[in-house]
Ligand binder design. Structure first.
Ligand SMILES: NC(=O)C1=CN([C@@H]2O[C@H](COP(=O)(O)OP(=O)(O)OC[C@H]3O[C@@H](n4cnc5c(N)ncnc54)[C@H](O)[C@@H]3O)[C@@H](O)[C@H]2O)[C@@H](O)CC1
Ligand SMILES: Nc1ncnc2c1ncn2[C@@H]1O[C@H](COP(=O)(O)OP(=O)(O)O)[C@@H](O)[C@H]1O
Ligand SMILES: [K+]
Length: 492
């Protein structure tokens, strides 16, 4: 599990740890880790050209001390000082005594950046507010346009550490070396997309950190969540998922949701709705009926909404499922009907004894919250939390770095496995069936949503292949067993 903490929590932990350590010890730990990663990126420091972009705070201090270490190993190091009077004085002295140079001329700095092998971004770290300003903007652009590798110190300058927002210009890093713990912006888009490969340097903050604000599952975490049948299992004990999806207009959504469900751990899938004929033709193992969910027989969870359309039967299916005493996943058209139930947001779901998992994309989340889609996309973390609290439900916000939030606070899970190739029609339907199936097999809405997003992302990467190629959602479903095996294999 990778954990990320807010700036407030990082600063509190640093203060507590610093009080027990000699002055400057933390920064030396950070600089040593940073220099080691830089040397690795360079394939050895000797004879290389390194440019440090140095701002006015301790983030620039880290860059200067790391630059001094690289200079001692034979690199030619120049620091471009963006606030010459304020650059971290002891770091500056260390760089100079190691043979490093400095310049306060931005134009000269840009020229150096263009010829560099490595650019170290020490403009701002967790003290940053808003996008890059002044001379930092052309320097960041020059770095992006040069052949140099760009290593960000703690986080790419210009991105928001806590929210993942990128409000203006920001550094595009190939590698980010972060200290003590991840920051939410390193796991959540759009900021995460600026970070490149993230290395965590342990500076000893662990014991002083509270619970994380954001976490990202890894293979072993998902393997521990996935249901595995045992000697006493039968199809009912493994859990039965009911799928109420598809319509005369969109029968394919039912087929794709069932395809996802058959690969999600439930022992059986019941389909209820107007696409029963299409579903049974493709998946003979499905138990189909054409009536409403309440007439379909016993299930352990419902997945409702993909391709359900706007007519009354889709609304009835949602109301039926919500009236049951089992967990319900609501997606796509189901979300529209949920909003249309007309009662206060929480009221539609209040009184349920079992969990609800909502799976909107940004547009659907925006409609549920009555905000603009761009606001959801810019501040995904804030909006997934707001939605979970407003509806009293667990929310899986789809898109680049899918997020899962439970109501009432606690960490938000950011999915690390996604790929833009997943943005293909019907891929959300597969996810609904998959997550619903995990719900039916007994996982909590939070675990079912995050494990499903993880497997779905892995399957997407497999379907796209190493070099990347488009695929259809049915092919994505076909990769789910291999994604399970990847995850379970890594746990052994
Ligand atoms: N506190 C600690 O013990 C440690 C801190 N470390 C480093 O210290 C960093 C935090 O240092 P600081 O608190 O000094 O803050 P930063 O160095 O992140 O930035 C603060 C400075 O940047 C300016 N600034 C803010 N937003 C800006 C923007 N958009 N454009 C240009 N300038 C901007 C501020 O006016 C302020 O002078 C961490 O990110 C990490 O790199 C590490 O050395 C590890 C130990
Ligand atoms: N840029 C992206 N990066 C990663 N995943 C994405 C991106 N865009 C979309 N996805 C994923 O693709 C799927 C699309 O689902 P959805 O929007 O419901 O489409 P549909 O309704 O056609 O199935 C979701 O799992 C979503 O997280
Ligand atoms: K930085």
């Amino acid at each position: 599990m990778r954990s990320a903490h807010t700036v407030h929590d990082v600063r509190a932990a640093e203060a507590a740890l610093m009080a027990r350590l000699p002055e400057g010890a933390l920064m030396q730990r950070a600089a040593a880790g940073l220099a080691a990663v830089c040397a690795g990126v360079l394939g050895g420091a000797y004879g290389t050209r390194v440019v440090l972009l140095v701002g006015s705070g301790a983030n620039g201090g880290d860059a200067l001390y790391a630059g001094a270490r690289l200079a001692r190993r034979g690199a030619s190091v120049t620091a471009v000082l963006l606030s010459p009077g304020k650059a971290y004085p002891d770091g500056l002295a260390a760089l100079r005594s190691a043979g490093g140079r400095t310049t306060a001329d931005p134009a000269a700095g840009e020229e150096l950046v263009r010829r560099a092998d490595l650019v170290v971004d020490g403009i701002v770290g967790i003290g940053g507010r808003g996008g890059l300003r002044g001379a930092a903007v052309p320097l960041a652009r020059a770095a992006a346009g040069s052949g140099a590798a760009v290593v960000a110190v703690d986080l790419p300058s210009g991105v928001d550490a806590d929210t993942g927002e990128v409000a203006g210009e920001a550094v595009r890093a190939d590698v980010t070396v972060t200290f003590g713990t991840h920051k939410p912006g390193l796991l959540v888009d759009p900021a995460a997309g600026f970070a490149g490969t993230v290395h965590l340097v342990d500076i000893g903050l662990g014991p002083d950190l509270p619970g994380p604000a954001v976490q990202a599952l890894q293979h072993a975490d998902v393997a521990a969540l996935l249901p595995v049948p045992g000697a006493r299992s039968d199809k009912y004990r493994r859990g039965v998922l009911g799928v109420a999806a598809g319509s005369a207009r969109y029968p394919g959504a039912a087929v794709l949701a069932v395809a996802g469900a058959l690969h999600g751990g439930a022992g059986a899938v019941r389909y209820a709705g107007s696409a029963a004929r299409e579903v049974i033709a493709r998946f003979p193992e499905t138990l189909v009926s054409t009536g409403r969910p309440s007439q379909a027989g016993r299930v352990q969870a419902w997945a409702v909404g993909p391709g359900a359309g706007e007519d009354a039967s889709a609304r009835v299916a949602l109301e039926d499922a919500l009236a049951s005493d089992v967990p319900v996943l609501v997606d796509a058209d189901g979300l529209r009907h949920l909003k249309g139930l007309g009662r206060p947001a929480r009221g539609a779901l209040a009184g349920r004894t079992a969990e609800v998992l909502l799976t909107p994309h940004a547009g659907e989340a925006a409609a549920l919250l009555d905000v603009a889609r761009e606001d959801v996309e810019a501040r995904r973390l804030e909006h997934v939390r707001r939605l979970a609290d407003a509806y009293g439900a667990t929310v899986l916000l789809k898109g680049s770095t899918t997020l899962v939030a439970a109501p009432g606070g606690g960490p938000v899970r950011a999915n690390p496995t996604g790929t833009g190739w997943l943005a293909t029609a019907g891929s959300g339907d597969v996810l609904s069936g998959l997550a619903g199936s995990l719900l039916a097999s007994g996982l909590s809405a939070f675990d079912a949503g995050s494990a499903a997003a993880y497997l779905h992302g892995l399957a997407g990467r497999r379907a796209a292949g190493r070099d990347g190629a488009p695929f259809g959602a049915h092919e994505l479903a076909g990769e789910l067993p291999a994604a399970w095996r990847d995850v379970r294999g890594a746990a052994h």
